[in-house]
Design a protein around this ligand. Structure first.
Ligand code: 5GP
Ligand code: ZN
Length: 112
């Protein structure tokens, strides 16, 4: 499949991994928007939040169990933000479900 993040999972494109298990991979964003900027992705190809169903949502629950562990390992003790852009209006650029973890500085409260 011609998917950038599937290629990262397969090891065909290098990434700086911060966490991996049988279901998910987390790695540093190539263009960080904050001192800590990590992407957490399912190893199965789900295109976006729009592709989450009763059949595949267990991996999403797992991602949200892993996120606090990553935040703790990154010492984001003062807080952090979790973001998923879905579709064109949100500016989604990679069509493989991913959750941004942003932290390490005070983030603006801008929603759009
Ligand atoms: P989106 O804009 O779809 O919400 O987020 C995609 C993210 O993937 C962007 O923050 C972008 O910097 C990141 N990204 C794009 N290509 C690569 C890559 O090859 N490696 C890594 N580590 N991040 C990437
Ligand atoms: Zn993919």
């Amino acid at each position: 499949m011609n998917c950038l993040f599937c290629k990262i999972i397969a090891g065909e494109i290098p990434s700086t991994k911060v966490y991996e298990d049988e279901l998910v991979l987390a790695f540093r964003d190539i263009a960080p928007q904050a001192p800590t900027h990590i992407l957490v992705i399912p190893k199965t190809h789900i295109p976006s939040v729009d592709g989450i169903t009763a059949e595949n949502s267990a991996v999403v629950a797992h991602i949200f169990e892993v996120i606090p562990q990553i935040a703790a390992a990154e010492k984001l003790t003062n807080g952090y933000r979790v973001v998923s852009n879905c579709g064109a209006d949100a500016g989604q650029t990679v069509q493989h479900l991913h959750f941004h973890i942003l932290g390490g500085r005070e983030l603006t409260l801008q929603m759009a």
